[in-house]
Design a protein. Sequence first.
Length: 418
Amino acid sequence: MQSRQGRVLAGVLDAAEAASPVEAVEAVTREVGVALGASAVSFLIADLSGRALVRLAYVPIDNAGGTHRYGEEVATVLPFDGSPAEQALRTQTVQVVGGSDSWTVLAPVTERGEVIGLLEMMLPEEPTAQELGEIARTAHALAFVVIANRRHTDLFEWGQRTDPFTLSAEIQRRLLPSAFTCEASAFTLSGWLEPAASIGGDTFDYSLGRDVLHFSVTDAMGHGVASALTATLGVGSLRNTRRRGAGLVEQADAANTAVAEHAGVRGSYVTAVLGCLDLRTGVCTLLNAGHVPPLLVRGGEIEPLRLPGNFPLGMFTEADFLHEEITLQPGDRLVVVTDGMLERNAANLDLPAVLRSISDLHPREAVRALADAVLEVGGPTLADDATLLIIDWHGGHQRDRRSSAGADVERARVALPD
C-alpha cells in the first residue's frame, strides 16, 4: 500500500503536469495543503537581491478562489528582518511558529544548496516530527517543480525582481549560471553579483563535470550595454570552448580572439580568472588574464595567489597565456573577486579581515555577507559591479553527499542578525 508521503509526492507531480506552467506552483501548493490538512499554503520565492522573500502564491484551502493569473499577480515583498522565515531560509531548517489558533510551518525550498524559496503552511494543530519530515521532503519536491516550470514562463523571474532591470542588466543576467550555489561531496560553491547603477560587465560561471569543476569570473571593460555585449562575447566563447573539452589556455586563446575581432567598441577587453579543479586530487589549475589575483583562505591566513601574468582577453590578438597549478587541502577556501570589491569607496573595505570573520559561514551566506560589507562602505549605489565566487574544498569526491531536503545542513552555518 502506498504511504501518505508517496501519495503526496505523486499528487504533487500530477498537479504540476496538469496545470499550466504559470499555475503549476499554485496547483502543487493546493495539493500539498489538502493532503496535509492545512488551512492555507504559500510559496515565497527568494528575491534576486538576496535580502528578501516574495510571496508569489497564496492558496487558501477552504476557498476555491484566491488564485491569481500571470499578468495580474500582486506579489508581497518581505524584507529580511531576522524573522523565522529568514531563519528557515538561511539555516536550511524547518521552522515552526505557534499561534493562538494555528501553527505555521516554514520549510526551505532548496536544490543542491541553492535557495529557491520557502513553503509556508498553516496547520490547525502542532505538527508531529513525522509530519515535519513529510513537509520538508515535499518542499524539496517543490524545488524541482519550480526549476522545471520556470523554463516556460517569466512568472518566477518577475516575482524575483523587486526592482526593474535595465537592458544591460537583462543581458548580464542571461550570462550568469541558473543556480548561484552548488553543493557536492567534495566542494561547496556560491557566487554573487552586486550590480553597479550602470552595469559594469561582471559575470561568474561554473560547470560540473564527472571529475572536474570548471569556473570563471570575468569583468568586461566599461559600463552599460556596450560592456554587457563585450561580456557576452567573452562568456559565450569560454562556454563554447569549454563544452568542446578545451583546456584553459585554449579557452583563453579563443575568447581573446573573439573579443578582439568582434567587440563593437575598439579597445574592448575582458579580465578573467579561469579555473579547473580536479575533484579527485584537489589540484586546481588557474589562469589569470589581467584580473584581480584570487585569494586562498587556509588556516585563518589569507594569501593572494601569485599566478603568471597574462594580458586581458581581447587586448592583443597575438597574446600568449600561461597557467599555474595549486593543490587545495581540505578546509581551504578559494575566493575570486572583481575589482569592484576593491576600487573607489570599496577600497575602504578590509577584505582580509572580513574574510576571516566569515570563514565559518556557508559560501551561500559568505558571498552575501561580503556583498553587504561592500555596500556598507561603498553604497548604497556602487560605482562598479562587485562580483565574487567562493569555493570551499572538502575532499572526498567519491563519497555521497550528505543532505536533507536539498541541503547539507551541517554546512549551513550562519550568523543570524540580532
